[in-house]
Design a protein around this ligand. Structure first.
Ligand code: FA5
Length: 353
């Protein structure tokens, strides 16, 4: 009787033309209420001797049928007769699974889910913070919505001062309810001095806002890095040494720094800092407009009036301040030629970092 069952099942398996039919045959013989399953379940009612004989035979038939079903199933999955590709299931090991088992290679390396990553400006900001922290600077945060007092007046730019119009700092977004979006990070110089006694060494990375007709190097929203160092005898020489150390650490090459006289109302003397071009090393290339130098930041010795605004005695204390754009630093580091890419949300750009 068992032999008959086996012959019938094998015939039916061989005659199936599609997976659905094969599944039906499988269920008919090997399913929960299948014919062979019924035989196996009834073993408990037999004598010990019969149970042993019938059990061995039935189990052997079960294995044989499972193998036949598995083989047929593989035929359906790969009609060309080739072993089906495991890549569909993330598998690359090329192993053939045992018969009757679905195609899943658990030893194959998994498919990595896409994960987000840090924005290039964030990467640069973190690197900059690490370098300055290693030189003893604290990292400080400040408000993006400011008052006219901190953004201008306390920095020696009173109402009517020509600098409000001349400097791009004056291209400011004013808020209907009063106040403004800070147009630079310098207001934090005053806020920090008000709360901390010298000696002071701090940096402020953060967003700033300006009314701009945007182009490849100007955005309405960009990031600045403010720096402040105050002590009894902090000098321009100290500034040059700190900034050179920072730039060489950041770009990981030897760099020359040059100070050019410039004007900002909150410093005296004021200067613009150039560094030797990181690409052509001073020889002249398109990146530095063939000058060999790249403009990096504004800086200077803190104006006595600004120290006073911060509550410090200019006869006792002196120091330097600087302000640079983190966007610009990022663009030089990664050779990005358009600042507008940073806020474009273009994944083709962002996924490169
Ligand atoms: C300032 O903002 C001063 N607060 C810097 C400073 C601090 C001087 C302390 C002295 C002492 P300035 O407006 O030049 O300066 O801006 C600083 C840098 O920001 C510029 O060198 C330039 O690289 C960058 N920058 C200015 N406007 C934009 C803009 N619209 N988009 C992107 N970067 C800009």
């Amino acid at each position: 009787m068992l032999n008959q069952l086996k012959q019938n099942a094998l015939k039916e398996i061989a005659a199936t033309k599609e997976l659905k039919g094969l599944d039906a045959v499988y269920r008919r013989y090997l399913g929960r209420k299948g014919e062979l399953t019924k035989v196996l379940r009834s073993l408990k009612d037999l004598s010990e001797k019969e149970r042993k004989e019938t059990g061995t035979a039935a189990n052997e038939i079960k294995r044989g049928l499972e193998e036949a079903v598995g083989e047929k199933r593989r035929e359906f999955l790969a009609p060309s007769g080739k072993t089906p590709s495991l890549s569909r299931f993330g598998g690359t090991s090329g192993k053939t699974p045992p018969s009757g088992v679905n195609w899943l290679d658990v030893t194959a390396p998994g498919v990595k889910p896409a994960v987000g990553h840090l924005h290039p400006i964030t990467l640069v900001q973190r690197q900059v913070e690490d370098i300055f922290q290693s030189m003893g600077f604290s990292v400080v945060d400040g408000p993006e919505v400011e008052t006219e007092y901190y953004n201008f007046d306390a920095l020696n730019i009173p109402p009517g001062h020509p600098a409000r119009d001349v400097l791009s700092l004056g291209r400011t977004f004013y808020l209907k309810k009063g106040g403004l979006m800070r147009s630079h990070t310098s207001p934090m110089q005053i806020r920090y001095m008000e709360k901390h006694n010298p000696p002071i060494r701090m940096i402020v990375p953060g967003k700033v806002f300006r009314v701009e007709a945007t182009d490849s190097s100007h955005e309405t929203n960009f990031y600045q890095l403010e720096g402040l160092m105050i002590g009894k005898d902090v000098s321009v020489a100290n500034f040059k040494a700190v900034i050179q150390e920072f730039l060489e650490n950041f770009f990981k090459k030897s760099i020359k720094v040059k100070l050019r006289p410039s004007y900002f109302p909150f410093v005296e003397p004021g200067f613009e800092i150039d560094m030797s071009c990181t690409m052509c090393v001073g020889k002249g290339c398109a990146a530095c407009k063939y000058s060999g130098w790249i403009e990096m930041m504004g800086a200077g010795m803190i104006h006595p009036k600004v120290l006073k605004s911060g509550g410090l005695d200019p006869k006792k204390w002196q120091g330097f301040a600087f302000g640079m754009s983190l966007d610009r630093l990022t663009m030089i580091k990664y050779r990005i030629n358009d600042i507008r890419l940073f806020h474009s949300g273009d994944l083709r750009f962002l996924q490169q970092f």
